[in-house]
Ligand binder design. Structure first.
Ligand code: PLP
Length: 271
């Protein structure tokens, strides 16, 4: 018998191709030495070429999964990915309050506001954006939008350092404790610059840009690595730095698989 590792709960959608969603979260949690638990919100039909469609899981089954695992095993940290509908988001938010996860509790909660796949396939019903703003953001320890999600959520178009800061402020006004504006999708330069802020500190986090088309699951892997580090007890800025190092190595180790976009790989940690 050995001592149990920290636990992390992901509330997200399944990717049948195994590179993003729940599958990316579990790969990452495992590679980071955390016991992963899941509340599946939707089942997508997808491969390296894109998402053909999805079916959402009944809302009461989503919330029952959260109650079942937190009530028995407890969660050291939690994250959300694809949530699919406003109904699921509202129910998840209520249930998180009930099980004491999120801002104002001892259990950190990371919100990756997944709206679409990198191929542009929608992963969220349109009316659900408002529920992300009003139900999830105020409960989040950290939100991790990419630039498309920043524009959808706030209307701010990030093109440079000043608009990145304006975006961070607009997101913080929605109530999360910290925001990480991921600049990875901004064109140009050899560096990816992400901005981490709690409204007091504004930290530019720079990392190398890897030239690869195989970045499927990158956002999920970053948010999961941050969540894993929080589960191990790191403070928020340290967890984000850990997560960035982890995703940089995972992008550098990405592999081609299928005819389209291959997945980033958390396996570098294991070899
Ligand atoms: N499928 C699921 C279930 C996801 O959660 C996500 C992203 O969070 C994606 C697909 C999209 O991944 P990508 O942006 O790498 O296409």
């Amino acid at each position: 018998m050995s001592t149990p590792p920290p636990t992390a709960l992901t509330i997200a959608g399944s990717d049948s191709g195994g590179g993003a969603g729940i599958q990316a979260d579990l790969r990452t949690f495992f590679a980071c030495g955390v016991h992963g638990m899941t509340a599946v919100t939707a089942v997508t039909v997808q491969n390296s070429l894109g998402v053909e469609g999805f079916a959402e899981v009944p809302t009461d089954v989503v919330t029952a999964q959260i109650r079942a695992v937190t009530g028995d095993m407890g969660a050291s940290a939690a994250k959300t990915g694809m949530l699919a509908t406003a109904e699921i988001i509202t129910a998840v938010a209520k249930t998180l309050d009930e099980v004491h996860i999120g801002r104002g509790t001892e259990t950190p909660f990371v919100v990756d506001p997944v709206a679409a796949s990198m191929h542009g396939d929608p992963l969220l019903r349109e009316e659900a954006l408002e529920a992300i703003r009003t139900e999830l953001f105020p409960r989040a320890t950290l939100v991790t939008p990419n630039l498309d999600e920043v524009r959808l959520l706030t209307g701010v178009e990030v093109t440079d350092a000043a608009s990145r800061r304006a975006a961070a402020d607009a997101l913080l006004a929605l109530g999360p404790q910290w925001v990480l504006v991921k600049g990875g999708h901004l064109d140009g330069g050899p560096l990816c610059v992400d901005l981490l802020s709690d409204g007091t500190e504004y930290l530019d986090l720079e990392g190398p840009r890897h030239d690869t088309p195989h970045t499927h699951g990158g956002g999920d892997t970053l948010a999961s690595a941050i969540t894993a580090s929080l589960a191990h007890g790191a403070d928020l800025p340290t967890a984000v730095r850990d997560g960035k190092r982890f995703i940089e190595r995972s992008v550098a180790s990405a592999y081609p698989l299928g005819q389209g976009t291959g997945p980033v790989s958390p396996f570098w940690r294991l070899v």
